[in-house]
Design a protein around this ligand. Sequence first.
Ligand code: SF4
Length: 492
Amino acid sequence: MRVKHTAWCSMIECDLHDFDDKPREECGIIGILCHEPSLSTSGLIYRGLYALQHRGQESAGIATYKDEHIHVKRGSGLLMHVFNPEDFDVLKGDIGIGHVRYSTTGSGYKQNVQPIIARFRGGMMAISHNGNIVNSKELRNELIEDGSLIRSSSDTELIMHLIAREKRQSLRETVLAALGKLKGAYSIVMIVGEKLIAVRDPYGFRPLCLGKLGSGFVLASESTALDTMSAEFVRDVQPGELVQVDGSGIESCIFKKSERNSLCVFEYIYFARADSIIDGISVYEVRKRMGRELARLSTVQADVVIPVPDSGVTTAIGFSREAGIPYEIGLFKNSYVGRTFIDPMVDERGTKVKIKLNPIRSSLQDRRVAVVDDSIVRGTTSKRIIKMIRDAGAREVHMYISSPPITHPCFFGIDTSEKKTLIASTQSIDDIRKFLGVDTLTYITLEGLSHAVGKPMDSLCYACFNGDYPVPVSEDDHEGKLLLEDYKVNEM
Ligand code: SF4
């Protein structure tokens, strides 16, 4: 968690989104080409990004293209802090892309805020990217050796350099030659000249879907963004597919098929909004089925089922229905939390959790409580939540987690800390139970999770639970991402 000491007192500024101890999605992206005179392209992108705000709260940006110029507005913070109504008068054009971002430790540089813009021989280019390129360290070093000037620590800039250096006959061949050098996870939307191009990596780690809006097309990380833009869902972009949209219509090709699909299973567990449909499967329905799987694993009686809001809500509903135990709200979440000031001296007593959550005693007192959450990373926040439930008078607390124990870090665009900080990588389930202070602790199994999603194990990525990385990676790749040693700038 990033903290900032203020000059005027001993309080520190902190972002309450940061303390959650959850894996973090790093980005949401939107691309649109729409010639409807009655619709503002940038206004539509803003609406779409609003529906994707849960995928990144640290920065936001929109770039549009008109008359050989890119118009761009980018900044730190939530969309509502970055954009003003007058920005949409300046962000002109029928083609545009947008981005919301959560950055990993040390990579919150201003230069990393997307979309990233550059000029190359094909005209102006703007890129928004969701995912993580695992060979970025190697690519960055090669580009620097070859004389490229690297302005940021972002792997998205590397993609731009690779495209600029290719000299192929067509734009599509140029982009595909550059993509051929990438290893890892990437869903990308880009403006190149007067075209909108969208790409999903051959493993399909990150979601990307296609929608129709009037005579135009929209691409977005999640279908909920299409709904918000009043676009009609057409289909998911396939792993290894390139979609190109311009004034004459839409074309697509499968540029590479991998031996397996590897959509990140955490999209269903936690990242995606419950109202999204990803790769043809309703996130809401998967979460309810995960709750049912957990209820079937339960060996104890409870009087009430409560979720840890918001992400445990849908799963707790499924649990309640399967177990026949009443569903209650036991923890009330303050919806208005963001940046706030706290006293570091009292923080040890769980101030941040208390600002965000408050127990409803009548749901908990003298009850045997089944509490449902989606994941445990370090366990520190879960421990405080359990204490809150016990202090409110719960007689027994039984915890149910809708992901298997997280034992391995993610290299594909999710911030899951280093391996040594993942509690399940070093401790047994019973040790974690004791640390949290719960009577029983039940994780969903890999098989149960796969069953809830409704797809075979080898069609999703489960690597943070079983270490089976679809793309070979090393700790060195992870260090390269976190330490950013190739970009030695300390910007204030
Ligand atoms: S390692 Fe885990 S978080 Fe990363 S892509 Fe795979 S399933 Fe998702």
